[in-house]
Design a protein. Structure first.
Length: 331
């Protein structure tokens, strides 16, 4: 039996709901893999190029997705049609021999009527000349790595300062928090006391905040911020690896946001979470800040202080954000 035909999404190795950035990065990765392969497969490379051109153009991708649904419906209908029909047993064997006569007469009359109509209607009209297709729009270029000054504006609009108010009404800075989904922010849990009143401050706006997920195992908390209009950052689909260039968001001496460039020194599992050891220092006020790759995607959440070893600048891998749930740390 022949192997089923791959979809364009499978050719690039992405999910059907992948965004434009992930499509471009997957195309570059797959293209480089094929070009570096010992046996160059020009057909596979052409398929990858075609998949990218279609999926990176919104109109062509929409048409392709619609065709996929139609093809799936046809396959389902074909499978249903191959099911055994009901068989009616018994009955007079002579009845079928007589039953064909009336339909045959009706069919003959219909054929004669059609022939008479065609003879009177004259010659068929000439076909209209084919309409030339509009040239297909060129696909957008693959995404390119960005510099710190290109990433910073978006990162600032997604990040703010988390504060706690004690019984005396004094504000205590806890660190930073970043928005990955509308109406919520993610930060590190340490330093947040149970029952404390939280606020999220972004620029001149200060909003009430409420803990919704407290994961002490990962030291990550999710906080709801009603009325939050912050921009959300995308989480990287690929985990960061040693040697990757990264940027950590923090606050400089003037209390302005700034990006510090560095690299991932190593990754390791530590106490039920994957940790990125990064080359740049993380200030205590920067715990909870996003660690970004060269495309502005979140690859980690900076954490300090932490329990991953002294003298280590650490971030919790963003791959674990989806694993967050309220749970206490084992004693």
């Amino acid at each position: 039996m022949a192997a089923p035909k791959q979809s364009l999404y499978e050719i690039l190795g992405i999910a059907p709901d992948a965004n434009e950035l992930d499509i471009g990065l997957a195309y570059e990765k797959r293209r480089q893999e094929l070009e570096r392969a010992p046996h160059h497969d020009s057909n596979a490379l052409a398929l990858v190029q075609e998949a990218y051109e279609i999926l990176s153009t919104p109109a062509r991708r929409k048409a392709y997705d619609a065709a996929r649904v139609t093809a799936a419906e046809r396959a389902a209908a074909k499978a249903q049609a191959t099911a055994p029909d009901l068989v009616v047993e018994g009955g007079d064997e002579e009845a079928p021999r007589r039953a064909w006569l009336l339909p045959a007469i009706i069919a003959g009359v219909v054929v004669l009527g059609i022939a008479f109509f065609m003879m009177r209607s004259g010659p068929a009209p000439e076909k209209a000349p084919p309409v030339a297709e509009a040239p297909k729009a060129a696909p957008p270029p693959p995404p390119q790595p960005m510099r710190a000054e290109q990433i910073l504006p978006t990162a600032i609009r997604a990040t703010g300062q988390l504060l706690s108010y004690d019984m005396s009404g004094a504000a205590v800075p806890l660190g930073l928090a970043v928005s990955l989904e509308p109406g919520t922010v993610v930060t590190t849990c340490h330093g947040i006391n149970a029952g404390s009143k939280l606020v999220f401050r972004q620029g001149a706006e200060t909003l009430s905040a409420e803990l919704t997920v407290i994961d002490e195992v990962l030291d990550l908390c999710r906080i709801a911020v009603p009325g939050l209009a912050a921009k959300t950052l995308a989480v990287a689909t690929d985990e960061a690896k040693a040697g990757d260039k990264i940027f950590t968001l923090g606050m400089n001496a003037k209390r302005d946001f700034a990006l510090t460039e560095g690299t991932v020194k190593q990754t390791r599992m530590a106490q039920s979470a994957k940790v990125l050891e990064v080359s740049m220092p993380i200030a205590p006020s920067g715990s909870g800040a996003p660690v970004l790759d060269s495309y502005g995607r979140v690859v980690g959440i900076a954490t300090t202080p932490h329990r991953y070893g002294s003298g280590i600048n650490a971030a919790i891998s963003s791959a674990w954000i989806s694993e967050m749930r309220s749970r206490a740390r084992p004693q």
